[in-house]
Design a binder for this molecule. Structure first.
Ligand SMILES: Nc1ncnc2c1ncn2[C@@H]1O[C@H](COP(=O)(O)OP(=O)(O)OP(=O)(O)O)[C@@H](O)[C@H]1O
Ligand SMILES: Cc1ncc(C[n+]2csc(CCOP(=O)(O)O)c2C)c(N)n1
Ligand SMILES: [Mg+2]
Length: 319
């Protein structure tokens, strides 16, 4: 509706999204939300931004933008093993478009409900289309960090790496209507934040990160921040059959290593915890596999050979 103000938009579409939580005294409507301090000793806070044509194609459905904006933030809480609670959403739109906002709100509400997150506030502005979500969560146990991997650990990863990058390529090739590639497109549009897995790994995993920029890049963050080397086994880095069918083996392997957008968890755990990890993953109903070893040294290796720094993952300022 032309002439509808941001206040109308907030009142009509952006109020009361997500779960009704008992620890929210006051949500949308005042200068700040009023939240009750949790009993859990650790508070977690993170923020991720999605920008049109940088993080999502301009023709992606509004519902998927709303879903994905929260999903990528939940993934950061998952990587720490936390429990998400509250989200604040900054929405920037080039023009008033009620249908778009209604779709965005539906997608955001659905995933917030699923993970019992309350959307307690935000901001609406005019400018190039973008969504910034700030997520807050808690943890009863010490959160899993990036800087605590130990030489000797196994390296594990969840899910089917590379499929989201493949799904984006499907979309950009205009083949999203092709039933054969529906699973790939879904991996891009609706990444699943691995919250149950992250929580199940607390007290077991030594270090964890979520794979947003690409496996080699994100494993590299664990390596550099922990002061260790991560040696991945090429034989364990096999793309799924449907990803190979779409892109061919070489491109599918490149997506798996450096495509990003997966929001899988990459984590390290002691060799003695193999069966405990397997049980935790089973409890979380999330498939995981071992892909390498943490060693003394630095950087990321493939079968013992250092990986060159050029194409390990997404970088905003090196396109
Ligand atoms: N503008 C900023 N000011 C302060 N800290 C920042 C800023 N941008 C990023 N950081 C911090 O730097 C660290 C790495 O940020 P980054 O955005 O790469 O997060 P990530 O989880 O590794 O990746 P992704 O954003 O793809 O999920 C995080 O701790 C983040 O909070
Ligand atoms: C239209 C379009 N083109 C390219 C990509 C790929 N991409 C963009 S940002 C990013 C890393 C994570 O972002 P950040 O580090 O900002 O959290 C990746 C893998 C995409 N998603 N959409
Ligand atoms: Mg992250």
């Amino acid at each position: 509706m032309a002439g509808c103000s941001e206040f109308t938009l907030i009142g009509r579409y952006l109020t009361g999204l997500g779960a009704a939580r008992a620890d929210v005294t006051l949500g949308v409507g005042d200068d700040a939300a009023i939240l009750q301090s949790p009993a859990d000793p650790w508070l977690l806070s993170a923020l991720d931004t999605l920008i049109e044509d940088v993080h999502f194609p301009g023709d992606m459905p509004a519902e998927a933008v709303g879903y994905r904006a929260l999903a990528v933030n939940l993934s950061d809480i998952a990587a720490m093993g936390g429990q998400p609670r509250w989200a604040v959403v900054g929405l920037t739109l080039p023009a008033m478009d009620e249908d778009w906002v209604a779709g965005f709100a539906r997608g955001l509400d659905a995933i917030a409900q699923t993970h019992e997150v309350a959307v307690v506030g935000g901001d609406v502005t005019r400018g190039p289309r973008a969504v910034s979500v700030q997520i807050a969560g808690t943890s009863a146990l010490p959160p899993i960090r990036r800087d605590t991997a130990c030489a000797g650990d196994d390296v594990w990863v969840s899910g089917r790496l590379g499929e989201a990058a493949g799904g984006l390529a499907v979309w950009q090739a205009g083949q999203q209507g092709e039933p054969r590639w529906a699973g790939l497109v879904d991996a891009f549009l609706r990444p699943v934040p691995r919250l149950c897995l992250g929580q199940a790994l607390q007290g077991i995993a030594h270090a964890a990160i979520d794979v947003s920029d690409g496996l080699l890049a994100d494993a590299g963050h664990i390596a550099s921040q922990s002061g260790v080397a991560i040696d991945l086994a090429r034989a364990a880095l096999r793309p799924s059959a449907r990803l190979q069918a779409f892109g061919g083996t070489a491109q599918a392997t490149a997506w798996l290593c450096s495509g990003g957008d997966d929001y899988a968890l990459c984590f390290t755990a002691p060799v003695t915890a193999r069966s405990t990890v397997a049980q935790a993953a089973q409890n979380a109903r999330t498939p995981v596999r071992r892909i390498g070893q943490v060693r003394h040294g630095h950087g990321v290796l493939l079968d013992g050979v250092a990986v060159g720094g050029a194409h390990t993952g997404y970088r905003h300022f090196e396109r």
